[in-house]
Design a protein around this ligand. Structure first.
Ligand SMILES: NC(=O)c1ccc[n+]([C@@H]2O[C@H](COP(=O)([O-])OP(=O)(O)OC[C@H]3O[C@@H](n4cnc5c(N)ncnc54)[C@H](O)[C@@H]3O)[C@@H](O)[C@H]2O)c1
Length: 508
């Protein structure tokens, strides 16, 4: 194991969720850095003191003196030191990412708990769609996790909006990290009509706000890993870099012959749908909670996830995660592969020159463990742009077409259709995504080609291909940002697919 992978070795009890700071910290330091607090502590020996919940015998001590590398409760694991039998609660554990993460964490010896109210299953059903990779009921999933992988998951069917029941469960489990996936993840679903826009914003914004109050009251030392999206930023036409949520220290604003440092301020957001607006509202609510109450959070601005594989979900059919291809819930690369499998032209919206950040399912799981292993400082609102590379939608379609035709003998065509969204389809794009590799030692392991190949292997199985065929009428979008409901027209059919160069994926 390389020293580099122990990215969290120098963190101390100050970052550890097993610390009890309440009552022993002067909360006037709220929002200020540890350095400032420490400087003040020169005047008083008792400025920052704590107790260890796991080892009360230590008494009251300075939490910055024991590192994770020194503490016997933090154990060397593949993605850094991990707290022994760490308790992690996943909100939205039945979803595409939640279920995959539950098995990934369970496999590392983490004590996994989670809630879900099956909103996603119901929303997909409401649209007349289905996951093309069949998934089991939760009871069967839990049983298979235990019997196949030896992982016991403490699941409770709870709506995150039901604060009383959520608080009861959190109080019972006392999670040391909470991963919050439990939101509606769809931009087009939020653009269907007023009812859907309101539902998405209520569910996402109010669910998260209620959670923050519960954490304040019951588990203020627990780190919150909250899912945002790269879509919060939009694609600024100035071409300025898309920083990781917060301006770096040397960013300068010049105006009227004067200049100011922007360092530490939240960067502008330009969300691209009512769903994305809900994520921006979450950003501010989480940011404020860290400021007011010393909660600690990482906001994960996630690129588009693609893929179907981890060793755990592939271990048994009952352990598979969902895979959607309809216009509301399918994400772009997953949709392209499904379209290629049934000979449906890969549909690019507009020019297809939109540049987007992407990350494979397995790499996204690696990032989440690294974030869980390295909790933020109390009061810290940290942001990571979670992606392993970026490229144009058109070059992605070309990569899918190439692998589908050359490796699987499929006839794959590409078409450009009208863009029902309001977005720039030709724009500059300079995302910064340094924090995960630099601070958390994240290294992507899965290339787009490898994961696309694995998706083809699974989706070409006759029973799954049949399920794609059954829902192919839901592939082309009818939900326009203008409010119209009409099928998009084809603008161009690209018969001559250029296979070289491959999708230009800019890996960090
Ligand atoms: N998949 C991606 O490409 C992607 C990209 C960027 C961000 N995200 C974000 O990541 C998170 C997870 O995404 P996903 O693709 O796994 O979505 P998903 O819909 O598969 O998972 C979300 C889960 O949360 C549950 N849920 C929703 N509302 C709930 C409520 N009120 N109470 C309890 N459970 C509730 C759903 O039933 C579902 O199982 C979402 O917040 C999404 O916005 C996803």
């Amino acid at each position: 194991m390389s020293a580099y992978s122990m990215h969290n070795q120098d963190k101390t009890c100050w970052n550890c969720p097993a610390i009890d700071l309440a009552g022993m910290v002067d909360f006037r330091a709220c929002g200020q850095s540890l350095q400032i607090s420490k400087a003040r502590s020169d005047d008083s020996d008792t400025y920052i003191l704590a107790r260890c919940k796991r080892n009360p015998g230590l008494g009251v001590y300075d939490p910055t003196t024991i590192t994770f590398a020194e503490c016997p409760e933090w154990i060397e694991r593949p993605y850094g030191y991990l707290l022994r039998d760490m308790r992690v609660m996943i909100l939205g554990i039945d979803g595409y990412l939640g279920w995959t993460l539950a098995l990934w964490l369970g496999n590392l010896g983490i004590k996994v708990s989670g809630i879900d109210n099956y909103n996603r299953r119901n929303w997909v059903k409401e649209r007349g769609a289905h996951t093309v990779v069949p998934i089991s009921r939760m009871s069967e999933r839990l049983h298979a996790a235990t019997s196949v992988l030896g992982i016991d998951i403490n699941f409770r069917e709870i709506d995150i909006m039901d604060r009383a029941r959520l608080a009861e469960f959190i109080d019972e489990v006392k999670p040391e990290a909470i991963v919050h996936y439990a939101e509606c993840p769809s931009a087009p679903y939020s653009m269907i009509d007023a009812e859907h826009a309101i539902l998405v914003q209520e569910n996402n914004v109010l669910g998260t706000l209620g959670l923050l109050f519960i954490m304040r009251d019951l588990v203020p030392e627990t780190s919150l890993i909250k899912l945002g999206t790269m879509g919060e930023y939009g694609t600024p036409l100035t071409g300025r870099p898309i920083f990781e949520g917060i301006f770096p220290a040397d960013a300068i604003l010049k105006w009227d012959n004067r200049e100011w440092s922007l360092g530490g301020e939240l960067t502008p957001r330009d969300p691209v749908s009512f769903y994305h607006v809900s994520k921006v509202q979450d950003t501010f609510n989480v940011y404020e909670s860290c400021k007011y109450w010393w909660l600690r959070s990482y906001d994960v601005m996630q690129g588009v996830i693609y893929g179907i594989h981890t060793d755990q979900v592939a271990a048994d059919e009952r352990l598979r995660t969902r895979f959607d291809i309809d216009e509301w819930f399918g994400t772009v690369i997953n949709r392209f592969v499904a379209q290629a499998v049934i000979g449906f032209p890969l549909s690019i919206y507009g020019a297809g020159e939109q540049l987007r950040g992407f990350i494979a399912l397995e790499d996204a799981m690696q990032c989440m463990v690294r974030l869980i292993a390295s909790p933020p400082d109390p009061g810290q609102y940290g942001v990571v742009n979670q992606m392993s590379g970026y490229c144009s939608i058109r070059s992605l379609a070309e990569t899918v077409a190439e692998i589908g035709s050359q490796e699987f003998g499929l006839t794959v065509r590409i078409q450009r259709v009208e863009n029902p969204r309001v977005e720039a389809d030709i724009h500059p794009f300079e995302p910064i995504y340094d924090n995960l590799p630099k601070e958390f030692a994240f290294q992507p392991k899965v290339s787009p080609e490898m994961e696309i190949y694995r998706m083809f292997e699974l989706l070409t199985q006759p029973s799954i291909k049949q399920r794609i065929e059954e829902k192919k009428h839901l592939i082309l979008p009818r939900t326009w940002w203008s409010g119209q409901k009409k099928p998009v027209e084809t603008l161009e059919v690209i018969d001559e697919v250029e296979y070289a160069p491959r999708a230009k994926v800019y890996l960090s």
